[in-house]
Structure formats: C-alpha cells, structure tokens
Design a protein. Structure first.
Lengths: 164, 658
C-alpha cells in the first residue's frame, strides 16, 4: 500500500511534468554531430570527431569567459565545414546536449573565423569540459565579438546544426 | 616688445595645455571605452539562471530514471551527469571564478552549492553504475538533494543579480566620472582655444600696427631722404633724380632748363642777424620760388643746400622756351625786401641758366654748367640771370686757379700797391691819393681788381690783404707830401671778420702816420644792415681821427638812408653818373643834387672816373670839389707817382687855372 502510493504520487508528480520530459524518450548521442537542413542533397549528415578531423582544420588562441587564461582551440572553421558538405544558408540553428539553442547568422562564419572546435589545448574535450563539440569565436582578435551577444552564440556541447 | 614676448610665452603655455588636455582626453576616452567594454561583458546572472534551469531538468531526469529505468534513459542520464559536472566546475573558471571570489560570503555560498551538487552527482553515478539499488526512498532522497542544491543555486542567482547590478553601478559611476572629466577637458580646450584666438588676434593686431608704424616710419624717412627739412623742398638727390628723368624726355622734343641760384650776401644776413634769421630768409625765398612754380608740374623747385636753390623748367615740345622768362621772374621776385623777424632785409639772387639739349645732355653736366653760369654771374653782375656760354668754363677754371694763387700771392710779393691821385677841381692840385691793389701773376698776367677782389672777399683773404695794404699805405704816405691824404678801401668782410679797428690802430701806430691823413672808403654793403657791431666799429674809427668816406654813392638801393646813419666825411660819386656828362643834362642835374646834398651835410665830394676835360667845368659847376680819373693820372706805384707829381702837377694846375 505504502509502495503503491509512493509510485502513484511519483507518477502524478512527474505526470504533470510529462510534457516537459518528452525528451526522455530521445537518445542523446554526444559523440556525433548531426547536420541537417539545407545540405547539398537535403539529407542530414552525421559527423564524428574522426570525420571532422579529415576536413581542413586550423587553430587559434583566445580567452573566453568560461576558461581561465588564453586557450588554444583546434577544429574546423564553420565555413570550411559547410563548404565541404556543400551546404548553403543564411543562418543555422545550433542545439546543444543541455537543450540550449542558439541561432547563428551567416555573417558570423563568413566575416569571422567561427570555429567548430573539438580540441582544447591539444586534448579532446569531455562533456563536462564543454565538449565534444564547441562553437568558439576568436574573441581576442576581434574586439567587436567581446559582447554578450556573441558569448551567447558560443554554444558548447553541440548536438546538432540545422542550416536554414 | 616685452608684451609680445609675454604673449609668445602665453601662447606656448596654451599650446602645451592643449596638448596635455588632448592627451588626457584621449586617455579618458580609452578608459571610458574599456569601461563600456567591461559593461558589455559576460553576464554572470544569466549563467546562474541557466545553471538553475539545468539543475531542475537534471533533477527531473534523475527522478524519471529512478521511476522508470530503461536503457535509453540510462544513457541520456549518463550524458547529463557529465553535462552537469561541467556546470559545477564552471565556477572555478573565468568570469564565474571572479564572481565567486568577489566576496567571502559568495565564496562560501559557492562552496556549499558545490558540495551539495557533488553529492547529487555521486548519487546519480552510483545509480547509473548499479551500485545503489533502486527504491522508493531513493526517489525522495534524490529529490531532497536536488532541492538543496537548487536552494543554493537560487540564492546565487539573486546574489549574482546584485553582483551584476553592483558592477553596472560601478561602471555607471566610472562613466559619469569620465564624462565629467571629459566635460572639464572640453571646457578647458574651448577656453584654451578662445584664448589662443584672442592672443593670435592680439598678435595680429600688434603686428599690423607695428607694420603700419614701420610703413609710416619708412615713408617718413623716404620723405626725409628726398626733401630738405627746413624748407620742405626736394633736396639735391631728389632733384638729380628728377633731372635725370626729365632729360630722358629731351629726345621727344622737350627742353629742360636748369636755373641755379644763390642769395647774394646771405652770409652777411646769417652772421649779422643770426642763424634763425638766416633760416627764416631761406624759407621766405623757398615760398617765393614755389609761388612762381605755382601748380605747374613742369616746374620743380629744390634746395641744393646752404643758400643755393635750383629750379627745373621743362618746356614740352612745340612750345617756346620759357627759361629766360622764368629766370627773370625769379630774379625780380627775389629782389623785393623780406620781412625777417620784424626787420626789413634785402637780398637778391644771382641766377645761372643751362639748357638741354643745347648745353648738355648729361644731368651732371647740365647741372654743372648751370652752376658755372651762376658763378660767372656772381663775379660780373649780381641780381640778374646769366645764360651759360662755353667760355664760362674757361672763366671758371681761371677763377678757381686764381683763388688758389691768390693765397700765395701775398707771400710771393705779386701784389703791388698803386696810387691814383685825387685832384682838387678848382686848383688842380693833388690833395691825396687812393690806394689800389694790383696783382701781376707770372703766368696769368695782370689780374684785374674787379676779378680778384671778389675772390679775396669770398675766401676771407681780404682781411689779411687789407691789413697788409693798410700798413703799406700808412708807411707810403709818410713818403708823400704832408698835406696829401691817403684813401684805402675797406671791404664789408673786413668788418665782419677780424678786428678792423685794431688793424687800423696798429697801422697808424706802427707807421706813425697822423690819423687825419688816413681816409677809409667804405661801400654801402658795409652798412647794409643796421648792425650795431659795424656802426660801433665805424664810430671807433672816427674816434681815432680817421676820416670815413662813402664810396660808389648812388649805385646801391638806399644810399640816402646810410647818410643818416653815420656822419661820413666824404661822398664819392660813382663813375657811372658822370659818363654821360656833359651831354646828358639829367645826369648833370643828378650830380648837382648829390653835391648840394653833400655840401649841406658838410661832406666833400669826390667824383670818380673823370676822363675828359669837358667834364671838369661842368662838375665843378655842379658842386664837386674833388675828382679822380685817367684824365689826371692812372694809378701808379709810389715812386712813379711821386715823379709824376713833381713833373706834371704844375702843368695841370696851369691847365685848371685856364
């Protein structure tokens, strides 16, 4: 009786929040980046770190509000990535593992060296380290980027990119 | 100048203030920029809020898994645990670290949150790992743990708002302060700018004033350089410049006349009435000349210096020459008396005229020839104008030579003393002689007294010569018959320069001649001005016992007035009066009047220049007592004279008796 009541109350407790926990049925695959939307053939593409490492990569050093001191990031420039998959769009939506959503306009990857980073200071990033995929702007080299606007767009723990 | 210097320093200081202000402003702006940048930086409150929301979701997912363990939920939870790990660690890094370290209470709060969150993580890991069996109590437990962490996070959210608000306030105040400083600096700049403008304006004004003064001074000096300060007339240099210019127009058919003039006896006026009077006279002459020039642009009057003036007359092509006409007008106008310092002064001018292209085409030549003509005129006839003739150059040359020679003539004994007898008309007997100077130059020959006496007067040599002559005459007189008088001519110059009274006294004393035998002949020029000095000298001479005669009577301007001033013993009528006697009845009448005048004033009359026998009875009848002339005897040296006296005297006497 005590057990049943607990189960029922828990169910009721969580039932109320059921709509909010709809995501519990989805599978989170942290090591894979999904790219969808206006790809070359309209189909979604999945990238692992190994896949991304095959593309031309760069690195730059910058300070960020979430790291202490200048940090070197290594990865693929977003424009290179989009060019590699033949995707064209005016913006994309980045969704993160923690359900954070950011919208990045095309100016950001054409004007600035916006990078999809997978290595920080030479090593791959853990989830708790804001990895495995992190969108980072070269804040130090562009003073215009040092505003809340761009900090908000610098999404970490990327799960998917939808090009529009 | 000191003011300008100070202004300069002021400007420098202002400029420095400018620069300093500029630099300060730039710095302040940079700082303001930094502040704004800071203000736009990372938002801690947002991060806290997001973390709070994530914790909620994590708590949900944990509870869901505990309630409904399945493989998908298990995997997702595993990922979320890692995500949440990141959230906990975040407070050790970057801006969140600054936040947690900004106050001890915050650090404490963060530490307690972290402790609580780590407990949740530990529980989640153990559930995932299967080390903790699922139970209903676990759900409650996890819920409480999550709540506890939630609690801390919620407090941090609010607190981070305060943190954010504080830093905004700090930023705001900093901005305000920067703005105030900016305002101050801008005001400073504006004031400095205004100051600079004012100072520049002042400098500009001063420079312009200085420049204007400079220009005015320069103009004044130019005027001074070109004009004579006393009369305001153009000076020599300006005149020469204009002459040069005018001569350039001669090829076009213009005639240029240079009329040089100087005032006769100017020196006399200067010496007797003083330099003030002399200057006043020059100014009067200048204004009279300007009167003649009128407004005509063709006539230029200039002062060459001293008492010398020059008039440039330009006659355009096709017109008749006006040179002579002008020269005459000038001579006439300058003749009339002047009113100088309340006194009536007579002066007249002698003029020399030279004309281009006739006489010369070079400016200096033309001026020189005009001057030569003037010089010639002075020696021949004063008070008139004379046109240049080529012969004048020779005359001048000779004159200059004579001047030089005359000074040595005395030492070289080239000067000889001749005597001409003065005869009593009635009896024919010689009553005395007039001493005359003769000069025989070895090269130039005999030089006429009319030539060298003026030269001697001008150079002042006459004083020395006159002295020698007096001594000589007095000595020679001793060799003559006792009743003979000896007459010596005196020049006005001898009264002006040197002590004539002393000279005469010495001559009388040295010779031992009786004073009554000495007669001094003076012309009106001696008593020209009412000069106390001269009159006193004459009185002194009279007091010595010497006789004074007025020579060349009738030739001057106001001879009669001189008779009033001084009691002369004798009157000598100039030869010009008797030249036309006996033919000219008027001349006879004039002579008669003069003679009666003299007689009424107890003066004897000697008439000069008697050359014809016919003249004698007429003259005698007219009242002349004595006569002198070639008719009786030419001037001769002493021994010749004495011989003549012995031989011919009786003859003359006999002739006169008839």
């Amino acid at each position: 009786m005590h057990k049943l009541a607990t189960i029922l109350s828990v169910c009721a407790f969580f039932f109320g929040l059921a709509p909010l926990s709809a995501h519990g049925t989805e599978v989170m695959r942290p090591g894979v980046l999904q790219i969808g939307g206006h790809t070359a053939d309209g189909k979604a593409i999945s990238f692992t770190i190994a896949d991304l490492e095959r593309l031309p990569h760069t690195k730059f050093t910058t300070t960020t509000p979430w790291h202490t001191g200048p940090t070197t990031f290594e990865g693929v420039l977003v424009r290179d990535l989009l060019a590699a998959i033949g995707a064209k769009g005016s913006k994309f939506e980045a969704v993160c593992l923690d359900k954070y959503i950011a919208e990045i306009p095309s100016d950001d990857w054409t004007t600035y060296n916006l990078m999809l980073a997978y290595k920080r200071d030479g090593s791959y990033m853990q989830i708790k380290d804001k990895g495995p995929f992190l969108l980072v702007y070269p804040f130090d080299s562009e003073p215009a980027l040092q505003t809340a606007k761009y900090y908000a767009r610098s999404a970490w723990q990327l799960a998917s990119i939808t090009i529009e | 100048m000191k003011l300008l210097d100070r202004i300069c320093y002021g400007l420098v200081l202002v400029a420095m203030a400018f620069s300093v202000a500029g630099v300060c402003l730039a710095y302040v702006n940079a700082r303001t920029n930094d502040t704004l940048v800071d203000a736009a930086r990372y938002d801690v409150a947002l991060e806290c809020g997001q973390t709070l929301e994530e914790l909620s979701r994590f708590g949900q997912d944990l509870g869901y898994y505990l309630a409904n363990p399945n493989p998908i939920a298990h995997d997702n939870l595993a990922v979320e645990v890692q995500i949440f790990d990141g959230r906990i660690d975040a407070f050790d890094l970057g801006s969140l670290k600054s936040y947690s370290e900004s106050a001890p209470e915050r650090a404490d709060l963060v530490r307690r949150y972290r402790q609580s969150a780590n407990t949740v993580q530990a529980l989640a890991r153990s559930v995932l790992g299967g080390t903790t069996p699922l139970s209903s109590g676990l759900i409650d437990g996890s819920h409480h743990l999550v709540e506890a962490s939630h609690d801390f996070l919620a407090r941090m959210c609010t607190d981070s708002q305060e943190y954010a608000s504080d830093s905004i306030e700090v930023t705001r105040q900093r901005l305000q302060r920067n703005n105030r400083v900016s305002l101050l600096l801008i005001s400073g700049l504006v004031v400095s700018g205004l100051g600079l403008v004012i100072v520049l304006g002042l400098q500009n004004y001063l420079a312009r004033t200085g420049f204007r003064m400079q220009t005015e001074t320069a103009a004044m000096y130019e005027r001074l350089a070109k004009h004579d300060p006393l009369t305001g007339l153009p000076n020599r240099y300006e005149f020469m410049r204009r002459l040069l210019e005018a001569i350039g127009r001669v090829p076009n058919g213009h005639e240029i006349a240079v009329i040089t003039l100087d005032l006769d006896r100017f020196k006399l006026v200067n010496d007797s009435l003083g330099h003030g009077a002399g200057d006043a006279l020059l100014q009067s002459v200048a204004s009279r000349l300007l009167l003649i020039a009128g407004a005509e642009s063709d006539i230029l009057v200039a002062r060459l210096g001293g008492d010398e003036f020059v008039v440039l007359v330009e006659t355009p092509a096709g017109h008749k020459s006006r040179a002579g006409q002008f020269a005459q007008r000038i001579a006439d106008l300058l003749k009339s008396p002047y009113d100088i310092e309340g006194q009536r002064v007579s002066a007249c001018a002698t003029l020399g005229v030279a004309i281009a292209p006739e006489h010369a085409m070079i400016a200096t030549e033309l001026a020189r020839k005009s001057d030569t003509a003037l010089y010639c005129g002075k020696s021949k006839e004063r008070g008139t104008w004379r046109l240049y003739e080529p012969a004048m150059d020779q005359d001048l040359h000779l004159r200059r030579a004579l001047e030089m020679e005359l000074s040595g003539a005395l030492e070289r004994n080239e000067l000889a003393f001749h005597y001409q007898p003065i005869v009593e008309l009635e009896t024919g007997s010689t009553k005395g002689v007039e001493a005359l100077l003769r000069w025989a130059h070895p090269v130039h020959g005999v030089v006429a007294p009319a030539t060298f006496i003026p030269i001697a007067e001008e150079s002042g040599l006459i004083v020395r010569i006159g002295e020698v002559m007096l001594h000589h005459a007095c000595r020679d007189a001793l060799l003559m018959p006792e009743h003979w008088q000896i007459a010596v001519n005196l020049s006005a110059v001898q009264f002006q320069r040197g002590d004539i009274v002393a000279t005469v006294r010495d001559a009388l004393r040295d010779s031992g001649l009786a004073p009554e035998r000495l007669e001094l002949e003076i012309t009106e020029s001696v008593v020209l001005n009412n000069d106390g000095h001269t009159l006193a000298a004459l009185q002194a001479l009279k007091a010595l016992g010497v006789r004074i005669a007025l020579d060349d009577f009738g030739t001057g301007y106001s001879s009669l007035s001189y008779l009033r001033r001084f009691g002369f013993h004798k009157l000598k009528i100039d030869r010009s009066f008797i030249q036309d006697i006996p033919s000219d009845r008027q001349a006879v009448q004039i002579v008669r009047s003069i003679a009666s005048l003299a007689a009424s004033l107890d003066m004897t009359i000697t008439v000069e220049g008697v050359e014809a026998r016919e003249q004698c009875p007429v003259l005698m009848f007219a009242g002349c007592t004595h006569a002198q002339g070639y008719l009786f005897a030419r001037p001769a040296p002493l021994h010749q004279l004495l011989q003549w006296s012995e031989r011919t005297q009786p003859l003359i006497q006999a002739a006169m008796a008839s």
